[in-house]
Design a protein around this ligand. Sequence first.
Ligand code: 5GP
Ligand code: ZN
Length: 113
Amino acid sequence: MSDCIFCKIAAGEIPSNKVYEDDKIVCFHDLDPQAPVHVLIIPKKHIASLDDTTAEDEELLGYILGKVKEIAAELGLENGYRLVSNCGEDGLQTVKHLHFHLLGKRKMTWPPG
Ligand code: 5GP
Ligand code: ZN
């Protein structure tokens, strides 16, 4: 997707503060952090949201979730963390490229607003 900001970050066309990258995913610090640690984990493949995934993406989704604990450990989140994926209008998704927010280093609140 040529006009997608996260595709451009994944391709290195827009700079980001990356903490992890491999052939399938990229993880980088959020521009507007909502916690002392706030990174975004995205697939390199353009998928608009969780709602736009297909059976073909199941392996990739499992791969992403499996990587979370490694990235969390790398970021020192041994006390816990929150993983969030906002989807669609009610979910307040602003960037239409699937991403998982990984937040930590503060006590979260529940329920989310
Ligand atoms: P959403 O609201 O879609 O769940 O989350 C999008 C997130 O992307 C927001 O937390 C926002 O701060 C972050 N974001 C938007 N544009 C950029 C950018 O160009 N670089 C980085 N690092 N984060 C961005
Ligand atoms: Zn994209």
